[in-house]
Write a protein of this length. Structure first.
Length: 349
């Protein structure tokens, strides 16, 4: 027999066990493992610090320590996960700790979160029309379904061949298990998109032992292995060339940025400056990699670099560039003192 904490009444063991099992199911299945892992990290920290209580000051100290290595968004995520687990396991609502939330808000001041870039309608159309099928056919189909039905990565990865009804002039796509736990459907009607999907379906190997729609795709052929969730999230990202703002700025002004191989440090003043710093940093650094102590040593050495040292490195790199150009360019020598009688005789004829 157990005693209820709130009423002091005896609770039968089987009811207490059933309540504990029901409590475990209150955490969302998708985030349960992640939440409990974050709670375990917090528990390990408490044991390391010899802390047994769960007071507001304890959480304030924990988040203050984490703030040295976590971004503001990560601090809030950690707070949210701990709040969910502590409410169930310890019956503790840390949202009532005003100093903790005030501290997290202060840490968020001035923080600029990274936002995902969205393709415009014109960019989507250009990709579907111009990208070669040999490399990007599976991406095209994923893009068509993702845009037409606002599909998530997990919905695309679980999509089956049987979920698509091809009715000649339209595709009816079923999503049986969505995030809302309700099935839904959408249609694809564009003729070019229909043709793209059918070209992809024709490449499906007859020996495929499953019905997953999206298969690994290389050099114009499908394998029997399905595309996983994480593969969808980074699907062929290496195929696209990165775009940098400095390239666009230079292109608008009629220039082109030249990138030299990284091993040619003599052409890069930054590398020359770093070569002057790294020996001293290596000699003085005894802290773990990327720790705050290491960063302090780097900052201290960087503050000793003067404008004159930068100017010397730039002059040295410029001199090396000029010397390499001189070797590559074949000299054109015209001797103005030579006689041109031979040419005159030729024209006189």
């Amino acid at each position: 027999m157990n005693t209820s904490e709130n009423t002091g009444e005896a609770v039968p063991f089987d009811l207490s066990k059933a309540a504990a099992a029901a409590t475990e199911e209150l955490l969302p299945s998708k985030s349960k493992e992640r939440n409990e892992k974050q709670f375990q990290i917090f528990e390990d920290w408490r044991r390391l610090k010899n802390v047994t209580s769960l007071t507001e000051d304890v959480f304030l100290a924990y988040f203050a320590e984490k703030s040295s290595s976590y971004k503001a968004s990560s601090l809030w995520s950690t707070y949210s996960m701990l709040k969910a687990v502590l409410l169930l396991k310890e019956n503790l609502d840390i949202s009532k700790f005003c100093k903790v939330t005030a501290y997290l808000k202060r840490k968020s001041t001035g923080y600029q979160p990274k936002k995902s870039k969205c393709l415009s309608r014109d960019q989507i159309d250009k990709f579907l029309l111009e990208a070669p099928d040999k490399e990007f056919l599976v991406m095209k189909v994923a893009l068509i379904f993702g845009v037409s039905g606002a599909c998530r990565c997990d919905e695309l990865s679980r999509m089956l061949v049987d979920d698509i009804e091809d009715q000649n002039n339209v595709l009816i796509v079923h999503i049986p298990d969505s995030k809302t736990k309700k099935s839904r459907r959408f249609v694809v009607v564009d003729e070019r998109n229909l043709a793209t999907y059918r070209r992809y379906l024709e490449l499906r190997p007859p020996s495929t032992p499953h019905k997953r729609l999206f298969l690994n795709y290389k050099k114009g052929k499908c394998t029997v292995q399905p595309v996983g969730l994480h593969s969808f999230e980074v699907l062929h990202t290496g195929k696209f060339e990165k775009q940098y703002k400095i390239d666009a700025m230079a292109r608008d002004r009629g220039f082109r940025v030249i990138r030299l191989p990284p091993y040619h440090c003599i052409f890069n003043p930054i590398e020359l400056i770093w070569s002057q710093m790294k020996n001293n940093i290596r000699r003085n650094n005894t802290a773990p990699k990327f720790s705050s102590a290491t960063i302090d040593i780097i900052r201290e050495d960087a503050s000793k670099i003067t404008a004159e040292m930068w100017a010397n490195c730039v002059r040295h790199s410029t001199k090396e560039e000029d010397q390499y150009r001189a070797r590559l360019i074949t000299p054109l020598i015209i001797n103005l003192e030579e006689s041109s009688d031979d040419d005159s005789d030729y024209f006189d004829q």
